[in-house]
Design a protein around this ligand. Sequence first.
Ligand SMILES: Cc1cc2nc3c(=O)[nH]c(=O)nc-3n(C[C@H](O)[C@H](O)[C@H](O)COP(=O)(O)OP(=O)(O)OC[C@H]3O[C@@H](n4cnc5c(N)ncnc54)[C@H](O)[C@@H]3O)c2cc1C
Length: 382
Amino acid sequence: MERINILVKRLNLTTTENIVLHSVKNFSKHHLSEYLTRPVTTDNIRKIYQEFGDIGIFGSTITSDYTAGLTNKMYGLIAKEIEAVDSGFRSMLSVQSSLVMKPIHQYGGDRLFEKYVPDLSIGKTIGCFGLTEPDSGSDASAMKTNARLDGNHYILNGSKTWITSSPLADVFIIWAKEDGKVSGFVLDRSMEGISTPEIKNKMSLKSSITGMIHLTDVKVPKENKLDVSGMRGPLSCLNNARFGISFGVLGAAEYCIQQTIDYGLNRNLFGSLLAEKQLFQSKLANMTTEYNLGLSAALTVADNMDDGVFIPEMISLIKRNNCSKSLNIAREARDMLGGNGITEEYNIFRHMVNLETVNTYEGTHDIHSLILGNYVTERKAF
Ligand SMILES: Cc1cc2nc3c(=O)[nH]c(=O)nc-3n(C[C@H](O)[C@H](O)[C@H](O)COP(=O)(O)OP(=O)(O)OC[C@H]3O[C@@H](n4cnc5c(N)ncnc54)[C@H](O)[C@@H]3O)c2cc1C
């Protein structure tokens, strides 16, 4: 990997940060990757959550008795190591950290924090984030799920779909309309009226379980409402998750580039190594350039976030760019391995189909184009 990282030779990490990153790298490479050979069962997924908890990477940017209080840069670099193994595993990390623990920390107050975060931080409980609905994905503010105040409770009704880990979740962050305005609620499995059927036969992100959430007259205590109003609530959580994704996809891309180099150095065609052919090297030059530019951009955004100087459009820029460039890298790598590119053995095809999803979720490529277009023209084209 040394030779792939051309622009970024120093990450400027402290000794402790280096130790943390090194241990996550080891864990990912030698331990997490073992799960790829095991069946995707709820038991195995629960074990992965517990192991993420054991190494202390859930909610890592939150400073508390239960979480590490790392920088955004470290969060990104950790996501990159996990996604080098599989985007599904990184999705679990992102959702639990940015989309469940983060909103509880930011908008839940001490009571909800103490009630839910200790167990989420050690992976004893699993959280999910319900924003997308069958009739509103990109256009999330058109959601139909609704909340009605009834005495000391809210009554929630509606359906969410494409929700990472919903079939096994213990804690649910649900976005619903209350008098036409979007509000957030923390639900848990003990509340009656929640069902979470699995979406079966996905061709991508097969290592993670995805499902729906049906809410029928679910009674949620008034104090489980988050203290944020409007789309600012879900969007602020998504900013954080999208930032992690921008780093994560580069882990998958880096893996694909390295596999392709190794393959080219061992494959003889027309009397010489594939790695010695000009076309092959030209493709590698393009792939490595895009990877390095993407990583440099992500690190720039990370530094800005850690310095408290950032605008959401920065995140749209790196989410959009790094997802599509990583997807293209994986597609190119798939081709460069010939027939072997489609086998399980080389893992490129799996990364490629995973990246198709990562390019779509948390704001599609098009949606981030529209956000950036709006920013530069000051004209909305949604
Ligand atoms: C595996 C997986 C896990 C997911 N996990 C979660 C989760 O945990 N929580 C959650 O809430 N959601 C989750 N999602 C949902 C995801 O965020 C949505 O799929 C995504 O936002 C896109 O919504 P959609 O699928 O409804 O597509 P649509 O919004 O219907 O988009 C369809 C196409 O139209 C394009 N489009 C949209 N608007 C415009 C426009 N104005 N102009 C031109 N083109 C446009 C889009 O770019 C896309 O190409 C997940 C999705 C997947 C696949």
